[in-house]
Design a protein around this ligand. Structure first.
Ligand code: GLN
Length: 455
């Protein structure tokens, strides 16, 4: 399937057919032998999986979608990769992304854009467009993504797939190339809510190699995904995440989702989260600030490809300058400059400090909302997939696509995007709409319950 369609879709940056077939053969052998060996196999053993190229893998290149890491081979596996290898899921390869996961369309990849399988003239979302498109195009039944401001959920929404951003700290970040460490989370991408839940069960859990890892055991999310009875569940519509800026087709599918949830027994209420209006502003200060610090290591000396200046003396500073000028793309440079500015002496309190205060207000909005509702609901993204190139010259318009996904990252709470049907334009072209559920931290089971019932 990858050979047949990926020339057009460009979901994969690297395909590891040999390794995948070896793992599959091992699983076949264990199954054929039967007995305790076969019984001990994980339920997902033998199910192929694609891995976002921000997550490091031994024996397969990891580029982060950047020229800076072209040809780089990690000497170790990320914890989530260790877990999927141990459970014998054949790894199909590494998927495309916006460079260092900065973007909402996968057009900022140094290796060309990924195309949306629903309409190859449109974007697959981002930054994890490769993982979402691979699943949507039936190139892989499962994938791993990372979500710092929506990069699992928004691609899920615009490709008609399911994607979860777990509670911050519930899935190890060890081996996920850091973008904004206080926001980053690895999570599952799948075709059904139950598949996502099964993969989440496998990759979750405490990891001593991640200092922010939570100590809890992983609940049986898949059981919650299979419980379609919503009687007594209070679902809160977030007043701030609807209406202006959301396409009519998106809002129509959202209303239908509310009706379906009501008929499944849920009680629908409305909650007010006034500080969400400032979430995008706070995110685009905190995220670049952390990224500017995290990306300082790619200087051609400690990490990254090395580019020498074309002329003049070979001082360390000039080698670092030439390396970063050639190795990073426009969007990454824009964010490093933004972040460095926001952190600079004299501006720190005004920008970074204010953003951190807004972050606290957003957490309080969530706390208040979760007193009135068990889960919250919104459209995942304000629009359906837009045409390639449509927002490339307008970073603000691109950033606005994350308006509904960002609050969860700022508060560390879990979120899921589940397909909510198609929106039709005047040409009768149907494009997927995503519905997002959010739950309190450590209550990821609730998003699987609600999303499973809606599916
Ligand atoms: N689109 C958002 C950004 O550009 C989110 C990225 C992400 O979640 N990795 O920052």
């Amino acid at each position: 399937r990858i050979a047949a369609v990926d020339g057009t879709i460009n979901a994969f940056l690297h395909v590891s057919a040999e390794e995948a077939l070896e793992t599959a053969a091992e699983v076949d052998k264990i199954r054929a032998a039967g007995g305790t060996g076969a019984q001990a196999l994980h339920p997902l053993a033998g199910v192929p999986i694609a891995v976002k190229d921000l997550i490091v893998t031994k024996g397969q290149p990891t580029t982060a979608g950047s020229k800076m890491l072209q040809g780089w081979m990690s000497p170790y596996d990320a914890t989530v990769v260790e877990k999927i290898r141990a459970a014998k899921l054949p790894i199909l390869g590494k998927t495309n992304l916006d460079e260092f996961a900065m973007g909402s369309s996968t057009e900022h990849s140094a290796y060309g854009p990924t195309r949306n399988p629903w309409d190859t003239g449109r974007i697959p979302g981002g930054s994890g467009g490769g993982s979402a498109a691979a699943v949507a195009a039936f190139e892989a039944p499962l994938a791993l993504g990372t979500d710092t401001g929506g990069s699992i959920r928004q691609p899920g929404a615009v490709t008609g797939t399911v994607g979860t951003k777990p509670t911050y700290g519930s899935v190890s970040r060890y081996g996920a190339i850091a973008m904004a460490s206080s926001l980053d989370q690895i999570g599952p991408v799948a075709r059904t809510v139950e598949d996502a839940a099964l993969l989440h069960e496998l990759i979750g859990g405490h990891d001593p190699k991640d200092s922010t890892s939570l100590p809890e055991e992983v609940p049986a999310f898949s059981e919650h995904a299979r419980n379609h009875q919503l009687t007594g569940l209070r679902i809160g519509i977030i007043k701030q995440l609807q209406g202006e800026g959301y396409q009519a087709g998106v809002l129509a599918r959202f209303q239908e989702a509310l009706e379906a949830l009501r008929s499944a027994g849920a009680e629908i209420v409305e909650v007010d989260c006034p500080s969400f209006d400032y979430a995008l502003g706070a995110y685009y200060l905190i995220m670049p600030s952390e990224a500017s610090s995290n990306l300082a290591r790619y200087d051609g000396v400690r990490y990254g490809t090395r580019v020498l200046p074309e002329e003049g003396p070979l001082t360390i500073e000039r080698v670092m300058g030439a390396t970063r000028a050639a190795g990073f793309g426009e969007e990454v440079k824009r964010r490093i400059i933004l972040g460095t500015y926001a952190l600079s002496a004299g501006y720190y309190d005004a920008y970074y400090g204010s953003a951190q205060k807004i972050r606290t207000l957003i957490q309080r909005d969530f706390e208040a909302a979760f007193e009135q509702a068990d889960v919250l609901i919104s459209p995942t993204a304000p629009t359906v997939a837009f045409p390639l190139g449509a927002k490339l010259d307008d970073p603000l318009a691109m950033y606005l696509n994350d308006i509904a996904t960002i609050p969860a990252n700022l508060a560390g709470v879990p979120g899921i995007s589940v397909p909510g049907g198609l929106s039709y334009d005047e040409n009768e072209q149907g494009l997927p709409v995503g519905i997002q559920f959010l739950a309190p931290a450590r209550e990821d089971a609730r998003v699987y319950h609600a999303a499973g019932a809606l599916e």
